[in-house]
Every structure is written in structure tokens, then in C-alpha cells.
Design a protein around this ligand. Structure first.
Ligand SMILES: Nc1ncnc2c1ncn2[C@@H]1O[C@H](COP(=O)(O)OP(=O)(O)O)[C@@H](O)[C@H]1O
Ligand SMILES: [Mg+2]
Length: 245
């Protein structure tokens, strides 16, 4: 059986990509899957600091493979961070080769991008989308999982991302809300129905906003993710419960 390969992107930065990646990993590990998490380009952390894959490993708290390809200390887009650091850019082919190697020995490979979908990784302007396309050119079934914010503004960035994916022939598996508020407002509630319509893809989860600080992260991940992602969350029920009057 070939591995599932999911590129995790977001409608922006700090939207919960890392927390979502950890939740998807935790639910898959719980389901007995062999999981690998790859961060092709890590920015904003020094040589001895934990990066996103370390945060994922900490949250999952169970055996999984983690890999980081390039690290740049400044918190900038990877191309600019690379140029300023004098370190090499990351090419889509190098990222795809790493994904292919991980896909050989795992059931699920999660690839967390930097920022949103079209953030540049090199001076030619190649992006996470180009990395996913390079994986698909190897004959591997890469799909994209989009992490969105809950509230006002998310529909525009969601449809922009969905259109950019469609233009590149990259399949969007679904949308996960990175941080669902404890006290959702009107826009949050309406967006539960509007996000999947806008994305043209199903809503596959909504992580509670304090997910990363919760006691049993795996139980929380299971409760917040759809069966497609090895969870027990029901999008229709959740949407109905929160539907505004
Ligand atoms: N559901 C959540 N529960 C707890 N903390 C969260 C959640 N979503 C985001 N955060 C916090 O918000 C910040 C950004 O989230 P992160 O997953 O790192 O975003 P991204 O990877 O998209 O930059 C982090 O400090 C993270 O701990
Ligand atoms: Mg992150």
C-alpha cells in the first residue's frame, strides 16, 4: 500500500499548521499508522532551538519520524531568510526526494510548509506548491490539507488558496480550522458552512483553541478530526450544533 502524502499549508502564518500537523499525526499514530513529519524549510529558529517538527513530536508524545531539511535563523520567508543567511535555497526536487524516501517506510507523510501556499523558497520563486507538484511528478499521490482561521477574513484567503491549487492541478483534501474559539462569534459559526463551500473541499476538523495546552493531546486530536484523518469528529453535526439561529 502506498503512503498517503499530505502537504499542510495554511491561509497564513500562525494559523495552526504545526498544531494541526501534530493532531493529524497523533490521530494516525493512534490508528496504528507509521507517521513521518517533514518540515522542508524551517525559518526563525537558531541552531539549538526546537523547530516545528520538534513541537509536533512533543505534542504527539509517541514514536514518529521527524525531518527538517533546511533551517534559517531569521523569521522571514524561506527565500529571503536563505539569501540573508548565505545558506543554500531548498529546491522542490530536494524536498520531493525527501518525501519519497519517507513515503517508502511510512503510511503517512505530513509536510508542513512555511507560511501560506505561495511563499517562496528560492530566488526562482518556487513554493510549497512546486514541492507538491514535484512529488506528484515522481508518481506519488500528494494532496494538500489547508489549515484555516475560523473567523472573519478566512473565506477570501481560503478561496485564493483553493484557486491557486486548482490552477496547479493539486488536489485539496480538505480544510481544518486551526483554532476553534471557546466562544465562537457569528462569523466563526457561519464559516463552518461557508468554508467547505468556498474551498470546494470538505471540512475535516476544528481544533479547539487551547489544543496545544490540553492534557491528552491524542484524545483531543481524535475528537477534533474527521474519519478521513483517523478521527471521530462529525462535520455535519458540529456545523449544525454551531449554526446561528
Ligand atoms: N488549536 C490550538 N491550540 C493551542 N494553541 C494553538 C492552536 N492553534 C494555534 N495555537 C498556537 O498559536 C501559535 C501558532 O500556531 P502554529 O501551529 O505554530 O501555527 P503555524 O504553524 O501555522 O505558524 C502557536 O503558539 C500555537 O501554540
Ligand atoms: Mg508552523
Amino acid at each position: 500500500m502506498s503512503a498517503r502524502i499530505l502537504f499542510v499549508t495554511g491561509t497564513g502564518t500562525e494559523v495552526g499548521k504545526t498544531v494541526t500537523t501534530a493532531a493529524v499525526a497523533a490521530a494516525a499514530v493512534r490508528a496504528g499508522r507509521r507517521v513521518a513529519v517533514l518540515k522542508p524549510g524551517q525559518t526563525g529558529v537558531g541552531p539549538d532551538e526546537p523547530g516545528d517538527v520538534h513541537e509536533v513530536a512533543r505534542l504527539v508524545g509517541a514514536p514518529l519520524t521527524t525531518r527538517e531539511l533546511m533551517r534559517y535563523p531569521e523569521p522571514l520567508a524561506p527565500d529571503t531568510a536563505a539569501r540573508r543567511s548565505g545558506r543554500p535555497y531548498l529546491s522542490p526536487d530536494r524536498a520531493a526526494a525527501a518525501v519519497a524516501e519517507l513515503a517508502d517506510a511510512h503510511d503517512l507523510v505530513l509536510v508542513e510548509g512555511a507560511g501560506g501556499l505561495l511563499v517562496r523558497y528560492d530566488e526562482e520563486g518556487r513554493t510549497l506548491a512546486d514541492q507538491a507538484a514535484a512529488v506528484r511528478e515522481l508518481g506519488l499521490p500528494a494532496e494538500v490539507l489547508l489549515v484555516a482561521t475560523a473567523g472573519l477574513g478566512t473565506l477570501n484567503t481560503t478561496v485564493l488558496t483553493a484557486e491557486a491549487l486548482a490552477a496547479r492541478g493539486l488536489p485539496l483534501l480538505g480544510v481544518v480550522i486551526g483554532a476553534w474559539p471557546d466562544s465562537p462569534g457569528l462569523a466563526d459559526r457561519c464559516n463552518l458552512a461557508d468554508l467547505p463551500k468556498t474551498a470546494g473541499a470538505p471540512l475535516l476538523g476544528a481544533l479547539p483553541e487551547r489544543a496545544a495546552g490540553a492534557g491528552d493531546f491524542t484524545a483531543l486530536a481524535y475528537a477534533a478530526l474527521a474519519p478521513e484523518l483517523h478521527g471521530g469528529w462529525d462535520a455535519a453535526e458540529f456545523t449544525a450544533v454551531h449554526a446561528p439561529a
